[in-house]
Design a protein around this ligand. Structure first.
Ligand code: ADP
Ligand code: MG
Length: 267
């Protein structure tokens, strides 16, 4: 291969989205919540997703994290369809064992932390490594401590969730997701359940993560965080993405009436 052909091929790989969602549909009891979501993210990008409550944002993230199957559409990680496969022209869900492996690639942080109350911080971070990845207790503890250090909580390793503030619990939850070495991190309103004075410490950890090159999708109401950290901002409403643009364009010159209306309520 000539050198220039190699460069072109490399550029194509870099240019390919790491995660790509096509025509995602999901209904609950006949109510259509996702109506054909199209979404993609490139390596190292941070996408902020804004949108009204009840519009399907959490559902979109749960499907991307393979916590629930889609009714229709596909999710691709580095060009490979995950969660489902096509068999005899029909979409079938993959076996649980394979799903568990694919899920490790996509870390998720929830609004309500979801830590195990009977386990210390370090044990919460270790759990996925020992149970899912089969890493030894000793090695898992070492990696968990490293990750707690990264979120500024190594000195709270032996504390139980009830002994930690909301902001600290959320940072433990971030460490727990990160320690499995995911390719993409999904955040579902990670600061919405926090007292206002604790929001900053969680956003700081996320901003550092973004600066370190993590690929992130963040559903949030924090417009200042979105405009400062995101590479692209989306408005999600009625089960679809309405508008996507660079932060400056999105906040200062939105193209859609619905985006203008939404922003007039949050600003
Ligand atoms: P958002 O995160 O934007 O607030 P959600 O994705 O949580 O929106 O919810 C979108 C809609 O789907 C809501 O009407 C909600 O009641 C419904 N919904 C979400 N999850 C379920 C579920 N597991 N069973 C039934 N309805 C659900
Ligand atoms: Mg939600």
């Amino acid at each position: 291969m000539t050198q220039s052909a190699e460069i072109v091929q490399e550029a194509a790989v870099v240019d390919q989205p790491i995660l790509q969602v096509k025509n995602l549909h999901k209904s609950y009891q006949g109510q259509e919540v996702l109506r054909g979501v199209e979404f993609d993210i490139r390596k190292g990008q941070v996408k902020a997703v804004l949108g009204p409550s009840g519009s399907g944002k959490s559902t979109m993230l749960r499907l991307m994290a393979l916590l629930e199957p889609a009714d229709d559409g596909s999710i691709q990680l580095r060009g490979e369809t995950i969660g489902t496969k096509l068999q005899h022209g029909r979409t079938v869900h993959l076996p649980e064992r394979l799903l568990a492996r694919q899920r490790q690639e996509i870390g998720m942080v929830f609004q309500k932390f979801n830590l195990f109350p009977h386990l210390s911080a370090v044990r919460n971070v270790m759990l996925g490594m020992t149970s899912v990845k089969g890493i030894s207790h000793h090695a898992a503890r070492e990696q968990a401590m490293e990750m707690l250090n990264r979120v500024g909580l190594d000195h709270r390793a032996e504390h139980y969730p009830s002994e930690l503030s909301g902001g600290q619990q959320q940072r433990v939850a971030i460490a727990r997701a990160l320690v499995l070495n995911p390719s993409v991190m999904l955040f579902d309103e990670p600061t919405s359940a926090l007292d206002p004075e604790l929001v900053g410490e969680v956003l700081d950890v996320m901003e550092k993560l973004a600066a370190d090159g993590m690929t992130m999708i963040v559903v949030t109401h924090e417009t200042r965080f979105a405009s400062r950290v995101a590479s692209e901002v989306s408005l999600f409403d009625g089960g679809v993405i309405i508008e996507q643009a660079a932060p400056d364009q999105f906040f200062n010159n939105p193209q859609h009436e619905r985006t203008r209306k939404f922003l007039s309520h949050v600003h």
